[in-house]
Ligand binder design. Structure first.
Ligand code: PMP
Length: 449
């Protein structure tokens, strides 16, 4: 028997990737793809960077691995010093790991360890409906994706969930648009009180809900009200910036849009732009000093990886030198405007939303085709999931040589059809126009016939 790859595309033949350059990918058949999603919203600095490849090779040649309990390295120290001033965390300490789920697990443990070190036995973590924080058990438990959780439910259940902000179908329409942030904060406060404030360790959320919920931007009063409640009860704020970090939304971090200063922050994807499996947990100096005094025992074989730090540092230098965070804001505004111009009047385009180069389109059904029984706030219902509309649009776009990302989970925990666009931040204005045009053409091809 020969070995075989466990396919992630269940039954479908996949093209063989052969190369990449900027916002483009190529397969072995010579086809060119415009990468409208940076993979899974991963690639910030673009494909094919010789500079990052060289930095990785140079570090690996010098030394590739030294265990994090025995050595630190120049690349780790330099990376932490370079990144520190850009992080929205006070007196930040970096705990590098191998990806987003590991970073979330680390943050959850740090939160509990912090309270234990202070003599408080707090264990409840509050997440949000529909949210995605990773596929490992702890990260899945704080996630609110019913479909992903269902098979593993016997292993889950220690986290609780509050309502996600979802401006398109606001859960508090009577307070909409000004003031629903306060309603969310009231709900959080009720949840903390119901469980007992002395049991709640942390609240975890994305500053802007990423691909899983289709770039849901909260109302402006959301984060100030939420953080005030957390501070009142000593509940640590964990910002999940796995998707929104490193310039994706047009600021260095999603927290920066509202001046949020979380106690813990997790990042991954854009941190090394896909060149290395790098995730980061960042904690404030206060959390760091407290858990270190209490004796925090944690770690993975590949945490504090020397080559990972070199990759992260090279990516960071490029983001800064090429002003790619500013580019994300500018190209994002262009993409949003062109998507609206192309699709604004389309009967099945319910919402176009996002910040920077994280944009999403929520598709909705004409009344006769919608899912019966779904509570709506004056807008259209989603297509039945069996119609697989989002998947069909992604396939139609791929046929046109454009890669999109999709999600089928909405912020209120129900199903929907979301197309997510998150191209490399180096995408050119002409490629942004191509992306908007091809995305619109794929939607029309699937829905207008
Ligand atoms: N949090 C968020 C917000 C994510 O988008 C993801 C990945 N899509 C994760 C956590 C998990 O990251 P990883 O897949 O690297 O484990």
């Amino acid at each position: 028997m020969t070995g075989a790859v466990f396919s992630r595309a269940a039954g479908r033949d996949l093209p063989v990737v052969a190369g990449g350059n900027g916002a483009e990918l190529f397969d072995t058949a010579g086809r060119r793809y415009l990468d409208g999603a940076g993979g899974a919203i991963v690639v910030g600095i673009g494909h094919g960077s010789a500079e990052v490849a060289d930095a990785i090779a140079a570090q690996a040649r010098q030394v590739a691995y030294a265990h994090g309990t025995a050595f630190t390295s120049a690349s780790l120290v330099e990376y932490a010093e370079a990144l520190g001033p850009l992080l929205p965390v006070d007196d930040p300490y970096l705990y590098p790991v191998s990806g987003g789920s590991e970073a979330v697990e680390t943050a959850l443990k740090l939160a509990r360890a912090y309270h234990l070190a202070r003599g408080e036995d707090r264990s409840v973590v509050i997440g949000r409906t529909g949210a995605y924080h990773g596929n490992t058990r702890g990260a899945l438990d704080v996630s609110g994706r019913a479909g992903l959780r269902a098979p593993y439910q016997p292993w889950l259940g220690s986290a609780v969930h509050t309502t996600s902000p979802y401006e398109y179908r606001c859960p508090f329409p009577e307070s909409h648009p000004a003031g629903c942030g306060a309603r969310h904060a009231e709900e959080l406060e009720r949840t903390i009180s119901a469980h007992g404030p002395d049991t709640v360790a942390a609240f975890i959320a994305e500053p802007i809900a990423g691909a899983a919920l289709g770039a849901c931007v909260p109302p402006d009063d959301y984060w100030p009200a939420i953080t005030a409640v957390c501070r009142k009860y000593g509940v640590l704020v964990i910002a999940d910036e796995v998707m929104t970090g490193f310039g994706r939304t047009g600021r260095w971090f999603g927290c920066d849009h509202w001046g949020v200063r979380p106690d813990l922050l997790v990042a991954a994807k854009g941190a090394a732009s896909g060149y290395w499996p790098l995730g980061l947990t960042v904690c404030s100096g206060e959390v760091h000093d407290t858990v270190q005094a209490g004796g925090f025992v944690h770690g993975y074989t590949y945490s504090h990886h020397v080559v990972g730090a070199a990759a992260g540092l090279a990516v960071l230098r490029i983001l800064q030198r090429e002003r790619l965070v500013e580019a994300s804001a500018e190209r994002g505004a262009q993409l949003a405007a062109e998507l609206r111009a192309e699709l604004g009047g389309h009967p099945s385009v319910g919402d176009i939303r996002g910040r920077g180069l994280l944009q999403a389109i929520e598709l909705v059904a004409p009344p006769e085709a919608g899912t019966p029984g779904r509570a709506l706030s004056g807008d259209l219902a989603p297509f039945p999931r069996s119609a697989r509309v989002a998947e069909r649009v992604v396939a139609a776009a791929k046929e046109r040589g454009v890669l999109l990302y999709h999600s089928t989970g909405c912020a209120d925990g129900t199903n929907g059809d979301l197309l997510v666009l998150g191209p490399p931040l180096v995408i050119t204005p002409a490629q942004v126009s191509e992306l908007a045009r091809s995305c619109a053409a794929a939607i029309r091809e699937v829905l207008d016939n």
